[in-house]
Design a protein around this ligand. Structure first.
Ligand code: ATP
Ligand code: MG
Length: 137
């Protein structure tokens, strides 16, 4: 089984969509094997999105990701990384397939409800960024 890191972003948490999003993962066959609610510091957000430092949207991304609590979770399942990306839909909610999490709960590209790791290398880095090895079941 593969693991991936998922984040329910501040917009979706603030709009009370945690339960529906978690239910969507579980109904799709992805199991939650670690989970916590935290408020990201600027430093944590920068380290997490370090690949985007210098992009024009970076400051907005930092402001958004630190604007309220997030739910950080590890999903486990067959092909979990790609499955989660499919369940999320396109980065821009306006372009996301109907029924995907970003189509349902995102609003614009800079407030798009969920994050998911995009490769095995990023999944390993992102899981270790938020969880000790013994905290992932
Ligand atoms: P995430 O990494 O959050 O799962 P993603 O992998 O679909 O999203 P990335 O290219 O990694 O997309 O961008 C990271 C985040 O930065 C996006 O989720 C989005 O909120 C924001 N972002 C990306 N491109 C833009 C843009 N052109 N304008 C505004 N925000 C953007
Ligand atoms: Mg990404």
């Amino acid at each position: 089984l593969e693991q991936t890191l998922s984040i329910i972003k501040p917009d979706a948490v603030g709009e009370n969509h945690i339960g529906e999003i978690v239910a969507h993962f579980e109904q799709a066959g992805l199991s939650i094997v670690a989970m916590k609610m935290i408020r990201l510091s600027r430093e944590q957000a920068e380290g997490f999105y370090a690949e985007h430092i210098g992009r024009p949207f970076f400051e907005g991304l930092m402001n958004f990701m630190t604007s309220g609590p997030v739910v950080v979770q590890v999903l486990s399942g067959e092909n979990a990384i790609q499955r989660n990306r499919e369940l999320m839909g396109a980065t821009d909610p306006a372009k996301a397939e109907p029924g995907t999490l970003r189509a349902r709960f995102g609003s614009i590209v800079s407030a798009n409800a969920v994050h998911g790791s995009d490769s095995p290398v990023s999944a390993a880095r992102e899981i270790a960024y938020f969880f000790d090895q013994d905290a992932v079941l």
